[in-house]
Design a protein. Structure first.
Length: 188
């Protein structure tokens, strides 16, 4: 998982992205993954495959980001154009401003909608597995598979699991009947 934790302009990260781009170009030309690995220095065909997959994801993500920025700029311009009318209390302008704001929120992902988890998390069998799971959550955000808000909710759940499942004392539900004193029967 090269590239995580390094500045976008770090020489090693730039070199890794250039290798991925070269792998993608070779694949576009019909070169096998084994040959791509040999030509680009990946250890195996599966390493070359992962590089091509990562390069393809970036290729799709970058134009989408540019389009998102362009659309946000257009919406900001529209909002600016009607701002005086909104401040004057024009109900039509206020309605348009609300629709523009709703559109901006959708583009920015502020309107959260539940969706299935799109990353596979490592097994959580002991407290020692928590850093590995947390790393997978961060990787999901970095790779664009999880929204930051989703990751925050998963991290909160992870903290609850840590407190409950991996603490020395786990209290669930009502006390067991065998733990209580037997009722003394009153005699008449």
């Amino acid at each position: 998982m090269a590239g995580r934790g390094r500045a976008k302009t770090a020489p090693s990260r730039i070199e890794a992205e250039e290798r991925q781009a070269a792998a993608l170009n070779l694949r576009k030309a019909g070169v096998s993954f084994e040959e791509i690995a040999r030509q680009t220095g990946y250890a195996s065909a599966s390493g070359a495959y992962e590089a091509v997959k990562a390069a393809m994801a970036k290729t799709l993500r970058e134009p989408a980001n540019e389009l998102r920025e362009l659309e946000l700029a257009r919406l900001d311009g529209m909002l600016e154009a009607i701002s005086e009318a909104v401040m004057a209390g024009d109900l039509n302008a206020i309605g348009m401003a609300l629709r523009i704001s709703e559109r901006r929120s959708r583009i920015l992902g502020l309107d959260y909608r539940e969706r299935p988890l799109s990353i596979k998390l490592p097994k959580l069998e002991s407290a020692q597995d928590i850093p590995t799971v947390a790393g997978a959550i961060l990787a999901g955000v970095a790779e664009g598979n999880l929204l930051p808000g989703e990751a925050a909710r998963i991290a909160e759940l992870l903290q609850v699991v840590e407190r409950l499942a991996f603490s020395d004392v786990l209290v669930v539900g009502a006390p067991d009947e065998t733990d209580s004193e037997p009722d003394e029967k009153e005699s008449d």
